[in-house]
Design a protein around this ligand. Structure first.
Ligand code: BGC
Length: 828
């Protein structure tokens, strides 16, 4: 019986018991009866509402007790979603510096009984309200680099709702500076709150398994420690503002090709040590309000339908108290998802709610399970700004946040090459080449995009910084780019499909020679963009295009011919090939995709106002073929089952086996002796650092060991240094990578000759490996080597200690076993 039935019966009973005079009874017309019924029923409804336990006043358990099955099934399923539409054109002239046409999302009309009209246009989804119990609807929005909402509402340009595009995740991780990332999180969280959003759908924390991963820019690193600690820092920063996060995509969403159908076969050890580990560090270190399960299958089952993943590991072993939501339309089976502990299905549709109601009635979901899912949602609703009736301003301090974005961007940029002190720039006259110098890339596409008011190009940034750039080049590039853009195909699927990149403009020889005469130095930017829905390609993406190769060569020849230097700025979201062309240039600055203040932040580093201190959180291989994952990326497509039609949103059935096992990134390159172009942990500075006095608190591990090391700035400008601690563990019963990052730190800004001593304490957890045979984390007895490095292949100091007895650090469940054998890569 639903609440309407209850109301009806109650009012009917009341009517029967009315003591009315007989005459009156006879004279009651049909209409009078209806009117009376309505009055009685309305007052009954009022009473019932008043009597119903209210969220926040009554206990969550009592609220759940008062919910009907239909109400529960509604709460665990989101309010729905309309497919992207093009943003309505603003009516008046848009005054913003660069208007980015954006695909937007609109929620469908809501259930008028309970739900309220759309709150934040462009947000990705909402939960249902249940008004009679005081449960409001909460709003979730993308994405990892800024609040992705519509910049205009109802075609009205009299005001805008632009958001700050912060630097992408890969750049933030390259800062190796959780305190800085926390600061970004604070501004980001404030903006989320002031735009009326309750939960941001980020950060993305999947591992950079392969350089071509289309969403790598949203993710942090190839290493679980850097990834997990960076994720925890941004989550803590955002959540300090009273709003929530959704760390995603749990787990192993490492490719976009067939992302909704791919079955990934991964060993338990690789899962535990690499793909789960980064989430474990992030989640234990920050308690995100929500976790988003991923689209893919792992070892035969969709992650959103795996109880062992969501309930046994996440909620059990890791003691996670928040809620789990699906990725948008992720998984196939609402009932299996509920039973797995995937508490909220997003964006949600009424069929899912109905399936849940039917399953409870048929005994396929226990009332206890559904109540557990509901309870987790209500606990998050209780914390939300919406529940607290927070009066958001719709006017965050965008200026202040842009300044934070610029500061963070400069801190995460990496100086890859600096021959003969090509940088910082010496002269003031710069010849600026490359499309992205004039048409910058602030961040990637898809749900990782941000609708920002502007992106500062490098030409603007250099001008702001007091540099002179040639007006002829600027005019030529701007005309070329706008013409090329006008010719680009307009696709209805623009959210997922990027237009083809614009080839580099060929520079006429006389123009080139004029520029080489006029300018003090040349800067070339090379750009890359990618995003949700597609992986990158080797040719013309990982590798430079022919027009890029020609540009680098021609400019280098012309400028070197006149004794002038050439610097390349990489405005990219993922790894590219550098080995074949890097010798042609004097300097390379890896600027990543630095957010809306791109050009200003790049200029801060080029000019020396900021001394670069970022280091690679992901390896740059010599060639794509060196990649251990290359032969298993993106996997194999399988034939469609008989009678099934291709569905681009679902992808084709596909499979991939992670044969590289634990040997991801530097774990592979270092162990197998393959020299990368730029190793994990690498990055130069405008100054030099000396490492000295590595000391261990003890030569025998007795519960812990502390390493201290002194770092001195021996150059002539102030700077910061990332200090990396790797451990080489003994190979006894389990093979191990040559070394693994177990701790890191970053010095404060050290003045020339200034020193700082950094200290790192290793516990048994920092020595462990996952032993599949025992389903346990084990630190094997033997000799351990502590290696302090300026990168994974530039080890400055080493010391050894003994672990006298093997430690079983933690026994865990034997879950998520592969369903087929894996021909795993073995250490030579
Ligand atoms: C993406 C998620 C995103 C969601 C909502 C999905 O397609 O994979 O990362 O949060 O859409 O926009």
């Amino acid at each position: 019986m639903n609440s309407t039935d209850q109301l009806y019966c109650w009012s009917h009973r009341q009517l029967k018991t009315q003591k009315l005079p007989c005459k009156m009874k006879r004279n009651l017309s049909f209409l009078t009866i209806v009117a009376l019924c309505w009055c009685v029923s309305a007052s009954a409804q009022k009473k019932q509402t008043a009597a119903a336990p209210q969220l926040g006043k009554a206990s969550v358990k009592d609220v759940i007790k008062a919910m009907t099955l239909e109400e529960k099934a509604k709460l665990v399923v989101g309010m729905g979603f309309k497919m992207p539409a093009m943003r309505p054109a603003p009516k008046k002239k848009d005054t913003a510096k660069t208007v980015i046409p954006a695909a937007t999302f609109t929620l469908p009309p809501t259930d008028p009984k309970d739900d309220i009209p759309e709150k934040v246009p462009g947000a990705a989804g909402r939960t249902h309200a249940i008004k009679r119990l005081g449960i409001p609807s909460i709003t979730v929005s993308d994405g990892p680099a800024g609040v992705r909402i519509n910049p205009f509402r109802n075609g009205d340009s009299s005001r805008s709702y632009y958001a700050t595009a912060f630097p992408v995740g890969t750049l933030l991780a390259s800062s190796w500076d959780p305190a800085l990332v926390h600061k970004v999180g604070e501004s980001f969280g404030n903006e989320i709150r002031e735009y009326g959003v309750d939960i941001i759908l980020g950060p993305g924390a999947n591992i950079h398994r392969n350089p071509l991963g289309g969403r790598n820019f949203e993710y942090f690193s190839e290493d679980p420690l850097v990834s997990g600690t960076t994720a925890a820092a941004i989550i803590n920063g955002i959540q300090s503002q009273g709003v929530g996060t959704s760390v995603k995509h749990f787990v192993a969403n490492n490719e976009e090709t067939d992302r909704s159908s791919i079955n990934e076969t991964i060993s338990q050890r690789a899962l535990r040590e690499i793909y789960l580990k980064n989430f474990e560090i992030a989640i234990k270190g920050s308690h995100p309000w929500t976790v988003m399960s991923s689209y893919n299958k792992v070892n035969g089952t969709y992650t959103s339908q795996r109880r062992d993943l969501l309930t046994t590991v996440l909620k059990g072993e890791w003691n996670y108290k928040g809620l789990v939501m699906t990725d948008w339309f992720g998984g196939r089976d609402a009932v299996a998802q509920m039973n797995a502990g995937n508490d909220l299905l997003m964006p949600g549709n009424p069929q899912q709610s109905q399936a849940i109601v039917d399953a409870v009635k048929a005994g396929k979901i226990t009332p206890k399970q559904l109540d557990a899912n509901v309870e987790r949602i209500l606990n998050i609703v209780l914390k939300s700004p919406e529940f607290k009736k927070y009066k958001y301003s719709d006017a965050p301090d965008l200026k202040k946040h842009a300044a934070v974005s610029r500061m963070a961007a400069a801190q995460g940029m990496i100086l890859l090459k600096d021959d003969d002190k090509a940088l910082p720039l010496k002269g003031k006259k710069i010849a600026l080449f490359g499309n992205t110098s004039y048409d910058p890339i602030a961040g990637g596409t898809g749900s990782g995009n941000v609708n920002k008011a502007y992106t500062i190009s490098l030409v603007q940034g250099l001008t702001n910084g007091g540099y002179l750039t040639g007006v002829n080049l600027k005019n030529a590039y701007e005309a070329y780019i706008s013409e090329a853009k006008a010719k680009q195909p307009k696709s209805a699927m623009s959210f997922f499909m990027l237009p083809p990149p614009i080839p580099q403009m060929a520079i006429a020889p006389d123009m080139l020679s004029q520029e080489a005469d006029y300018a003090d130095e040349a800067i070339i930017t090379l750009g890359r963009n990618a995003g949700e829905g597609a992986d990158r390609k080797v040719e013309n993406d990982f590798n430079l295009t022919d027009s890029e190769k020609a540009l680098v060569k021609n400019i280098s020849d012309a400028f070197h011919g006149k004794g002038k230097k050439v610097v390349v700025v990489l405005n990219i979201g993922g790894v590219i090939e550098t080995a074949s062309w890097r010798d042609e240039v004097d300097g390379i600055l890896l600027a990543w995709q630095p957010g809306l203040e791109a050009g200003n932040a790049i200029t801060d580093v080029l000019s020396g106002k900021v001394n670069p201190s970022g280091k690679l959180a992901t390896t740059f291989p010599m060639s794509y073929d060196d990649e251990p994952t290359a032969k298993n990326f993106p996997g194999k497509e399988l034939p469609l089952p008989a009678g099934e039609k291709p569905n681009p949103m679902r992808g084709r059935p596909a499979k991939v086996t992670y044969e590289e096992g634990i040997y991801v990134g530097y774990r592979y390159y270092n162990t197998f002796g393959v020299k990368p172009a730029y190793p994990f942990g690498y990055g130069l500075s405008y100054t030099k650092f000396k490492y000295s006095d590595l000391k261990l608190s003890s030569k025998t591990f007795n519960g812990s060991v502390t390493a201290t090391v002194k770092v001195t700035n021996t150059g002539d400008v102030a700077g910061r240094e990332v200090v990396e601690l790797y451990v080489s563990a003994p190979v006894i019963n389990m093979e191990k990578p040559a070394e693994e990052l177990r701790a890191y730190g970053k010095t404060k800004t050290l003045r020339p000759k200034e020193s700082q001593t950094l200290s790192f304490t290793l516990t048994p957890k920092d020595l462990e490996s996952f032993d599949e045979a025992r389903s346990a984390w084990v630190s094997e007895a033997g000799k351990y080597e502590v290696k302090i490095g300026a990168s994974s292949s530039d080890i400055k100091k080493t010391e050894k200690f003994d672990l006298p007895k093997t430690i079983v650090v933690e026994k865990v469940h034997n879950v998520m076993k592969p369903d087929t054998a894996i021909n795993s890569l073995k250490r030579p």
